[in-house]
Design a protein around this ligand. Structure first.
Ligand code: HEM
Length: 545
């Protein structure tokens, strides 16, 4: 791990003091190791040892985030393996074939048990709320009743391509328009790209979903508090005494919770302009299952995570990749220009057709999927409910033991040889091979569709940004439209250069500590100068679906 130790930074709010504490704990545990030794069954996946017994892997994961799994891949090249963490086991899956096998065993390898733990530890559900949430969480009684299963089914239908989804997408895109139409109106304007985009996109997304009384719109401190909370999710859920060891995140979480509690206390979800998604959640949680308003409000913040935590940075990176490459910008501009109509006689009103962006812009779509491959390698976890034998497509089998965790290491799978020798590079055309076939098959191509290489070979489960199997992201169509809509507006209407790099734009580096749970963020913000594109100086942008 020498190289890694040099290059990888620390998790937010985990400082030297915490590592000293963990170091002391490691020594104590090493001494007591015989008491903790976990017998390995020979039918289990291969065990990878750590130089520090018992909690060595945990220390590396805390220190290096998901990069640690890349380092293990470089050393051991195992497609499934086992790590001992304290008294527990974590099975790590690093091949699409094993990822598929894990998804197939969804009855024994459970998603909702992990959701329940997060609802308790991160979203602070109290005991009565947990009783309601845990009831039939995994379909134990053979029906689809219960908060989590009903929520899953409701979201699957509200977010599937339909009129409802178009309405939500129209709403979010029209929410971002005032910010875009006000940009660089009187010549060049300098902004900090990440901060500008994060604020505008977070507020627009939450307004489209939670309506005009949404806390992000009402209170300017809620947006920064939310991102402060998001940055501290790991320490908040793992550290002892999070109110002391993750104090900033702890306070920020409380601010967001209070704001959402006020929103539901005032029944602000009844305001016109609130999405069907939020109203349906009220029906399921409050009316059908009797969750308290306070617990519903806290839990609603988990939905804010789903809606903005990944889309905002992906939009930032897609824009960065496009504006950093002048040829790519020119080619994507040609595609986007073909989606613009000019409804007003004086030519100032311009409208982008968001449906055409999805169906007629293969390079933009491919660049978005490639951006997801590089920046959205979201590793997913499952809890092993009972001893189970999993078998992959090659007929290999392993035993996974009850109460362990399985992690599908998407960040490793996204770097495998199957992507070619340039797997570590951004290659905007990588996903174009499959686009022709996809478009003839369905009007709206699925952004989670399998990767198809230049020879036409299809790799199921290799492209993992939206997960897979039963719990594949239901918000992917929504995300695709909002991200490509926002980025298309910039591409069509503006020129952008770095304030420090006149005539060009250079992306900032990735943050050093990569959480396995969300899209990577920029390590620092970047000052850019924005001006209106020639021929579009007076454009007032709008969207049509
Ligand atoms: C670029 C944007 C996004 C990315 C990369 C992303 C990624 C993912 C991934 C990897 C999962 C699977 C988790 C697992 O299997 O453990 C997931 C699930 C989920 N996502 Fe997304 N997501 C995005 C946007 C959205 C949006 C915009 C929404 C809502 C509007 C959303 C709602 C959900 C929900 C509700 C689930 C849980 C599904 C279930 O209960 O089975 N996501 N997402």
């Amino acid at each position: 791990m020498e190289g890694l130790e040099r290059t990888v930074g620390y998790a937010p709010e985990l400082n030297l003091y915490h590592f000293i504490t963990l170091g002391v704990a490691a020594l104590a545990l090493a001494y007591l190791q015989p008491l903790f030794s976990v017998p390995k069954d020979r039918r289990e996946p291969p065990l990878l040892h750590s130089s520090i017994p018992v909690i060595g892997h945990l220390l590396h994961l805390i220190k290096h985030g998901s990069d640690y799994l890349l380092e293990l891949e470089r050393h051991y090249h195992q497609s499934i393996y086992m790590l001992i963490i304290g008294k527990g086991r974590m099975y790590v899956v690093t091949s699409p074939e094993w990822a598929q096998a894990i998804h197939k065993s969804h009855k024994s390898l459970r998603f909702n048990t992990i959701v329940c733990q997060a609802m308790k530890n991160v979203f602070l559900m109290d005991e009565p709320a947990m009783e309601l949430i845990e009831h039939n969480a995994n379909g134990e009684d053979g029906t689809r009743s219960g908060i989590l299963l009903e929520m899953h089914d409701m979201l699957g239908s509200v977010l599937a391509p339909s009129q409802d989804l178009d309405d939500m997408n129209r709403s979010i895109l029209s929410e971002v328009l005032p910010a875009i139409n006000g940009l660089a109106k009187n010549g060049t304007q300098q902004i900090q790209l990440w901060g500008w985009l994060r604020y505008r996109f977070s507020v627009a997304s939450t307004t489209a979903i939670w309506g005009p009384k949404n806390p992000f719109l009402l209170y300017p401190d809620v947006e920064p508090a939310f991102w402060e909370f998001e940055a501290a999710v790991l320490p908040l859920s793992m550290a002892p005494l999070p109110c002391l060891l993750a104090r900033k995140g702890y306070k920020a979480r409380q601010r967001v919770f209070n704001a959402f509690e006020e929103y539901f206390e005032n029944s602000s979800y009844k305001e016109p302009g609130t999405s069907q998604l939020v109203r349906n959640r009220v029906v399921i949680n409050l009316e059908r299952h009797g969750l308290s308003k306070k617990m519903h409000a806290f839990g609603e913040v988990s939905m804010v995570f789903a809606v903005i935590v990944n889309t905002v940075p992906v939009a930032f990176w897609l824009m960065s990749y496009i504006f950093a490459d002048k040829d790519l910008l020119a080619e994507i501009r040609m595609e986007v220009d073909a989606c613009i109509s000019t409804p007003s006689a004086d030519g100032s009103k311009r409208s982008i057709n968001a449906t055409k962006l999805r169906t007629s812009c293969p390079l933009l779509t491919s660049a978005l999927r490639e951006t997801l491959r590089i920046t959205a390698s979201v590793n997913v976890n499952r809890q092993v409910h009972e001893d189970v034998t999993v078998t992959n497509s090659a007929g290999e089998s392993y035993l996974l033991k009850k109460d362990s965790i399985v992690q599908i290491a998407s960040n490793v799978i996204h770097q495998k040889e199957l992507w070619g020798s340039d797997a570590d590079q951004f290659s905007p055309r990588r996903f174009m091979q499959g686009s022709e076939k996809q478009q003839s098959e369905s009007k709206i191509p699925d952004p989670a569709a399998p990767f198809r290489d230049a020879q036409g070979k299809v790799y199921s489960a290799a492209f993992r940004s939206f997960g897979g199997g039963n719990n594949v992201c239901p918000g992917r169509f929504f995300a695709q439209t909002e991200i490509s809509g926002l980025v298309a507006l910039f591409v069509a209407g503006f020129e952008m250069e770095g304030a420090e790099t006149p005539g060009g734009y250079t992306s900032p580096p990735f943050e050093t500590f990569k959480s396995s749970l969300a899209v990577v963020k920029p390590r620092k913000d970047v000052d850019v100068k924005i001006r209106r594109r020639s021929g579009f100086e007076n454009a007032e942008w709008a969207f049509e679906m």
